[in-house]
Design a protein around this ligand. Structure first.
Ligand SMILES: NC(=O)C1=CN([C@@H]2O[C@H](COP(=O)(O)OP(=O)(O)OC[C@H]3O[C@@H](n4cnc5c(N)ncnc54)[C@H](O)[C@@H]3O)[C@@H](O)[C@H]2O)C=CC1
Ligand SMILES: O=C(O)C(=O)Cc1ccc(O)cc1
Length: 377
């Protein structure tokens, strides 16, 4: 059975997604794309459920958790992390199908891991998960099957979870095209705290700083519409979700807050003393490190042959580019608009099946006076 489940399309299975928002919806779509499963949705918000059904993200609506999980082979908990803890408690008293896998998508892992421990006594396997990609948007209307493409997907299996169950779960989630990586819940919370949770505090604090001044001077808010909006995009995220994440990862957050205060103190001293070289080096070191961060498009998946084309923001430019390549029978496997400023097109990312196609496309577009690049800049 393990071999059969490890890579094949699964047929006639039932899965239950609890929490039909951005992430639950995206996972449901990715599973439906790959497997022949009936997806049943459970949510405290009946409007989200109806919307999920009308968008064909789920096949059926369950009235409550007990009805949703009945005979489910896979249960995906996709609610805010504190709600996920409560759901895990509820599951302990419900009749789960023998051999079922229970997973979650929460942004924190330690507390959820602890709460899930009793489930292993019920002949089901809990494997914590965190797809490390998403958006500041919420709700099933924003769900996309490709949301996690090429992103890291952390799994935190306990000792009770056999390798074959972990492989089964990865097979269920194959349609996400994510890159699975295993770690302990503690390691996860430390890393996610640093690269994801703490930056949300910083983004919100920058917005507060402008808001406080903006109250005095209306012009500040209007001018803040540019680069400031890029760096603070994540401050538009769901407050309930981020409140829960911070409370779950409290120790890591407190530690990082102290480090950050020391860092700001360092900047304050450099500025007070007008240490011109140190200030230069501060920015230079950050730039070098950031410029070397890997692009999330590289990795375990077969690499696509991408070409970036700078485009002026005027109608018809996409059909011009595709027309130039179409005339030479060069097929584009994927096309994506990259915005340099909100709502303003800056570049197109064209993907090709072979490097040969990409080289030919590059030449043709340059002949037509388009600027092209092999890497996103
Ligand atoms: N937003 C993001 O980019 C990412 C979020 N996550 C995690 O995914 C989880 C869900 O986040 P989103 O989908 O963004 O939130 P969302 O707000 O879009 O959706 C959450 C859904 O859960 C439902 N819900 C709340 N309490 C519930 C309960 N007790 N029972 C059933 N449904 C309940 C809500 O009604 C809502 O429809 C969170 O734990 C979050 O930490 C993980 C990766 C990325
Ligand atoms: O909007 C963004 O870029 C995010 O930060 C998305 C995100 C939110 C929560 C996660 O646990 C992982 C990714």
């Amino acid at each position: 059975m393990a071999g059969k489940e490890s890579g094949e399309k699964l047929l006639n299975r039932k899965i239950c997604v609890v929490g039909l928002g951005l992430i639950g919806g995206s996972i449901a779509l990715a599973i439906k794309k790959e497997h022949d499963a009936t997806v049943v949705g459970v949510d405290v918000n009946s409007n989200q459920l109806k919307l999920a059904q009308s968008l064909q993200v789920i096949d059926e609506i369950a009235d409550n958790l007990e009805e949703g999980i009945r005979e489910a082979d896979l249960i995906v908990l996709a609610a805010p992390v504190k709600k996920t803890e409560q759901l895990l408690e509820e599951l302990q008293d419900l009749p789960l199908k023998e051999g079922a896998i229970v997973t979650d998508v929460g942004s924190t892992k330690s507390k959820i891991f602890q709460k899930a421990a009793p489930l292993h006594r019920k002949n089901v396997t809990f494997i914590g998960g965190h797809p490390m990609a998403g958006s500041h948007k919420s709700g099933v209307q924003a769900a996309r099957a490709h949301l996690f493409e090429n992103a890291f997907y952390v799994l935190t299996p306990s000792e009770e979870a056999t390798a074959s169950k972990v492989i089964q779960l990865q097979n269920w989630l194959k349609g996400t095209n994510a890159r699975f990586i295993e770690m302990t819940p503690k390691q996860h919370d430390k890393l996610a705290g640093l690269i994801s949770h703490f930056p949300h505090i910083v983004a919100a604090s920058l917005v507060h700083q402008v808001k406080n001044i903006g109250n005095e001077d209306d012009l500040v808010s209007q001018l803040a519409a540019g680069g400031f909006k890029d760096i603070t995009r994540i401050a538009s995220s769901n407050p309930e979700m981020w409140r829960d994440i911070l409370l779950h990862n409290k120790d890591t957050m407190l530690h990082l807050l102290r480090d950050w205060q020391k860092e700001m103190k360092k900047v304050e001293t450099m500025l007070l003393e007008e240490e011109s070289n140190d200030i230069y080096n501060y920015f230079q070191t950050a730039k070098k490190f950031r410029d070397c961060l890997p692009s999330n498009k590289k990795g375990a998946l077969p690499s696509f042959y991408d070409l970036y084309v700078d485009i002026p923001d005027h109608p018809g430019v996409i059909s011009d580019v595709t027309g130039i390549l179409g005339k030479e029978n060069i097929s584009i496997t994927n096309i994506r608009i990259i915005e340099t400023r909100e709502d303003i097109m800056g570049a197109l990312r064209l993907s090709f099946r072979t490097d040969e196609d990409r080289k030919q496309a590059k030449q043709l577009l340059e002949n037509a006076l388009y600027e092209t690049h092999l890497l996103e800049e």
